[in-house]
Design a protein around this ligand. Structure first.
Ligand code: NAD
Length: 480
């Protein structure tokens, strides 16, 4: 039996950070990973492959250059599924290499195999290829086992025409049409990425709204974008069954009628904690009905104090970015080091086409809390950088408190949204007011200038009511 100070189960963003942080504190650390290679869902089937796919699609189609050369412009005609995989495989290899080196450099031991608890301090790891199971003991554990796609028994997954979000990355040929069930982050990202390839996509969602954590005005803008493209959005459409027609194509039966038939159906209606097989009951733990663990949000300890959990397995927000922070935090707390607190404001990035990003409160949130507020809007096509780049779409919305002048939320849709958001995030983290944007000079021409325009627009709406605020001011108008 080998003993470690810390055993981490899972090598995704949270497991990796927990392991490296503990190693840097001088602790002996073992990471157990059931995949052949480290990296977790994020590197192998989630964040990195989907963002690589998105970037590949935008490049091969020439999506970003269409503002220059017109909507008929294409970099490559007849893009194949193989074309889409080339770059993704290289990125994956590189990410795994970086991780392997990081573990080796920090003397983190790694083991390929499936871990299960024997009791709260012992695990056994079952290894493939006839290897003997190995037993380990540890003082502390971090469960960072992540999630997997939810696959309800009534959906006839066949890995070819009815697939989940892991299988979509292995498509052998590109379909002409696709149904995406579930307008969550995963559904919306893949629906728009594949529609950029001119695949006719139908996005089906049982609820009347989708992506409810995003400001509604941004969603309206997004829906407008979808309408301009070949994405048909079916809200309030409950899926009663998935069957096959005589040609073997999946038919998505919708309760309200108008079934959807397509070449491929992607089922992306949520994820489950990958906790089955861990024998958590032997460690004194239980999961919710989605296989997730509950932790004390202040410490990330589970009901068994020396066992921590981090990342997607603890549920919201299920972002690689926050998972990394949770992993680091758990390791520090586990070994008595005062961890820097988890941030109040974390950005949310949706890598759809167009991308969206948000930090802080939406207009709906501030209304609910009855905070006196005002909003300002800036459209990218009205910035000089937007003109130069040929951007037709893109918008920023800034919300601030009329009482304290503090920035309460920033919401962006369009090119660079996931990068630009960090300016708003930094100002909010430092408890900044709208005055920062009013008083600062930005590089010109940049898309970041949208911050200034949105701030001026908000300020004018709030404090210069006699001046009729234009709906979407350009720099000049907003400043006057
Ligand atoms: N860019 C990112 O940050 C990113 C990218 C991918 C995933 N993620 C995270 O991964 C997690 C999982 O994402 P997800 O999109 O799978 O799940 P989700 O829970 O975010 O969304 C699932 C969607 O499916 C719908 N749905 C539920 N049951 C359904 C049914 N029977 N039929 C049709 N639709 C149904 C839900 O109403 C919801 O809109 C999320 O927490 C997400 O934040 C984040």
């Amino acid at each position: 039996m080998t003993r470690f100070d810390l055993i981490v189960i899972g090598s995704g963003p949270s497991g990796r950070r927990a392991a490296v942080q503990a190693a840097k504190l001088g602790k002996t650390v073992l990471v157990v990973e059931k995949r052949e290679r480290v990296g977790g869902v994020s590197v192998h089937t989630g964040t990195i492959p989907s963002k690589s796919l998105r970037e590949t699609v935008l490049n091969l189609t020439g999506w970003r250059e269409r503002g220059f050369y017109g909507s008929a412009y294409r970099v490559k005609k007849d893009i194949s599924a193989a074309d889409l995989r080339v770059r993704g495989s290289k990125i994956l290899e590189h990410e795994v290499d970086v991780l392997d080196h990081q573990f080796a450099r920090n003397r983190v031991a790694t083991l390929t195999g499936e871990a299960r608890f024997l009791d709260p301090n012992h695990i056994v790891v079952t290894r493939g290829g006839g290897a003997e199971p190995e037993h380990f003991e540890a003082d502390r554990f971090v469960i960072a086992c992540g999630t997997r796609p939810h696959r309800p028994a009534n959906i006839p997954f066949d890995g070819r025409t009815v697939i989940d979000s892991d299988e979509i990355l292995k498509l052998e040929t590109l379909p002409r049409s696709m149904t995406v069930v579930g307008a969550g982050v995963i559904g919306v990202e893949y629906a728009t990425i594949f529609s950029a390839l001119e695949i006719a996509v139908t996005l089906v969602e049982p609820r009347a709204t989708f992506l409810d954590f995003i400001d509604r005005e941004m969603i309206e803008e997004f829906v407008h974008e979808l309408r301009d493209r070949n994405v048909s959005l079916r809200l309030g459409a409950e899926v009663t069954a998935v069957e096959f027609d005589h040609a073997g194509r999946p038919v998505c039966r919708i309760a309200s009628g108008r079934d959807v038939t397509s070449d491929v159906l992607l089922y992306a209606a949520g994820r489950m904690g990958s906790t089955d097989g861990l024998d958590l009951d032997k460690a004194g733990l239980e999961t919710d009905n989605r296989g997730r663990l509950t932790v004390d949000p202040k410490t990330l300890q589970t009901a068994v104090p020396h066992i921590y959990a981090a990342g997607d397995v603890i549920g919201f927000p299920s972002l690689a970015s926050t998972s990394m922070e949770q992993g680091r935090f758990a390791a520090c707390h586990a070994f008595g080091l005062e961890p820097t607190p988890l941030p109040d404001h974390f950005p949310y990035g949706i890598y759809a086409v167009p991308e969206m990003s948000t930090v802080g409160m939406s207009e709906e949130d501030v209304k609910k809390r009855q905070i006196p507020y005002e909003c300002g809007i800036a459209r990218f096509r009205e910035t000089s950088r937007g003109h130069i780049m040929g951007l037709q779409t893109g918008m920023m919305k800034m919300i601030f408190s009329k009482k304290t002048r503090r920035v309460l939320g920033v919401h962006i849709i369009g090119e660079g949204a996931t990068e630009l958001i960090h300016i708003g995030q930094a100002v909010m983290a430092l408890k900044g007011t709208i005055d920062y944007f009013m008083e600062s000079t930005f590089n010109y021409p940049t898309l970041a200038e949208a911050y200034k325009i949105a701030a001026l627009d908000a300020w004018n709406r709030a404090f210069a009511p006699s001046v009729a605020a234009p709906e979407t001011p350009g720099m000049q108008e907003a400043a006057e």
